[in-house]
Design a protein around this ligand. Structure first.
Ligand SMILES: Cc1ncc(C[n+]2csc(CCOP(=O)(O)OP(=O)(O)O)c2C)c(N)n1
Ligand SMILES: [Mg+2]
Length: 378
């Protein structure tokens, strides 16, 4: 197993400062499998790490983080079901397995801060406060959706909660985030921008251009790379010469951290540090958050490029299981409370599906609205 497995973000942050040659993950390392005993030992170690963080966190907040992760997981399971029934068309990229990243990071900002992300956006939209109803209706292509049914899964958007998309061009949101952070600074607004993107976007020129500018102009932006180790069917090891993404920040003189993306509290803490740097010093940060997606790249991906054993290995590190197990061991969660969380989530999802089913399709004349800011009159 790779020595870079994300069991402790502090330790990993230290490792980031060690040499490139010793920290890069090889394809061999990435495909190594742990034995059942090793997996169990790793899970126990992670729980110990997380329990230390739990002691410093308010129980209401812990329950809120757990609720949000369960909500995103069940929302997407329902979306997958609706997609299979033909109720959702077009592209649909699920976030299952990565919930701790959006939930942990967004819990570290204020409602008036901005979030922007890629097409794998359902989790971020929910965590930023968009309703499950308007998101599900958007997936269904209905008029009640957040983008009036014309954006679909990849183009969720709600300016009222400062969620600025949902972007389908890989790496396209990174310069947009830099621009948003520039605008807030220019207007003297005390706002931070969180920009989420996949690790494949790091190979795009827009990443380099944006981070260079953000550091040069001291912009309050947190760049959060969700390293789920695949860009469609291509593993990180086959596509990136230097796979230690956090280290790339040194090319811009920017602060960075490597974070365990399966531990929602580790993500929250690293983001809190980055947000503090953005607010008090107006400086950007690059976070490399190591995570894993359990499902295919999109609903049409059969996933032939990885083994079931590899997926199961990561499912052992499940962020929801980890938080609930740690909370139980600390006496902060019991069966009854967990049942209530699942029940509340179930009701919220049922309401969302009902809303989406009952919402009308967009009227045909809507084809001509929202195309140009100043429509040309015929
Ligand atoms: C500029 C551009 N090139 C290629 C694509 C096709 N494409 C869509 S998703 C994707 C992989 C991106 O992977 P990553 O950034 O790691 O995000 P993940 O899907 O893993 O969340 C590619 C190549 C695209 N949408 N935009
Ligand atoms: Mg990826």
């Amino acid at each position: 197993m790779s020595s870079r497995k994300p069991s402790n973000s502090r330790q990993q942050a230290d490792e980031v400062t060690s040499s490139v040659a010793t920290t890069a993950v090889t394809e061999q390392e990435a495909s190594d499998l742990l034995t059942a005993e090793e997996l169990h030992a790793e899970h126990e170690q992670r729980k110990e790490d997380q329990k230390g963080r739990i002691e410093a966190t308010d129980r209401e907040l812990l329950l809120h983080l757990l609720y949000q992760m369960v909500l995103i997981r069940r929302f997407e399971e329902k979306a997958a079901e609706a997609y299979s029934l033909g109720k959702i068309g077009g592209f649909c990229h699920l976030y299952i397995g990565q919930e701790a990243v959006a939930v942990g990071a967004i819990s570290a900002i204020r409602p008036d801060d901005y979030v922007i992300t890629s097409y794998r956006d359902h989790g971020h939209a929910l965590a930023k406060g968009m309703s499950a109803e308007e998101i599900m209706a958007e997936l269904y292509g209905k008029a009640g959706g957040c983008s009036a049914g014309k954006g679909g899964s990849m183009h969720l958007f709600d300016a009222s909660v400062n969620f600025l998309g949902g972007h389908a061009i890989v790496g396209g949101q990174i310069p947009l985030a830099t621009g948003i952070a520039f605008a807030t600074k220019y207007r003297n607004e005390d706002k931070v921008t969180l920009c989420f993107f996949g690790e494949a976007a790091v190979n795009q020129g827009s990443f380099n251009e944006s981070l260079n500018m953000a550091q040069l102009w001291k912009l309050p932006c947190v760049y959060i790379c969700e390293n789920n180790q695949y860009g469609m069917g291509t593993s990180l090891a086959r596509a990136m010469s230097l796979q230690d993404i956090a280290r790339k920040a040194c090319a811009y003189g920017m602060a960075s951290e490597f974070v365990d993306g399966m531990d929602v509290l580790a993500v929250r803490e690293a983001t809190l540090r980055a947000v503090e740097r953005a607010r008090t010093e107006s400086l950007p940060t690059l976070l490399e958050v190591r995570t894993y997606r359990y499902m295919g790249h999109s609903m049409s991906d059969p996933g032939n490029y990885r083994t079931r054993a590899e997926i199961e290995r990561y499912q052992q590190r499940d962020p929801i299981k980890l938080l609930s197990a740690s909370m139980r061991e600390k006496g902060l969660l019991d069966d009854e409370t967990m049942k209530q969380i699942e029940q509340r989530v179930h009701e919220e999802i049922e309401r969302a599906v009902r809303f989406a089913e009952e919402s009308p399709l967009p009227a045909p004349e809507e084809l001509y609205t929202d195309v140009y800011a100043n429509p040309i009159k015929s």
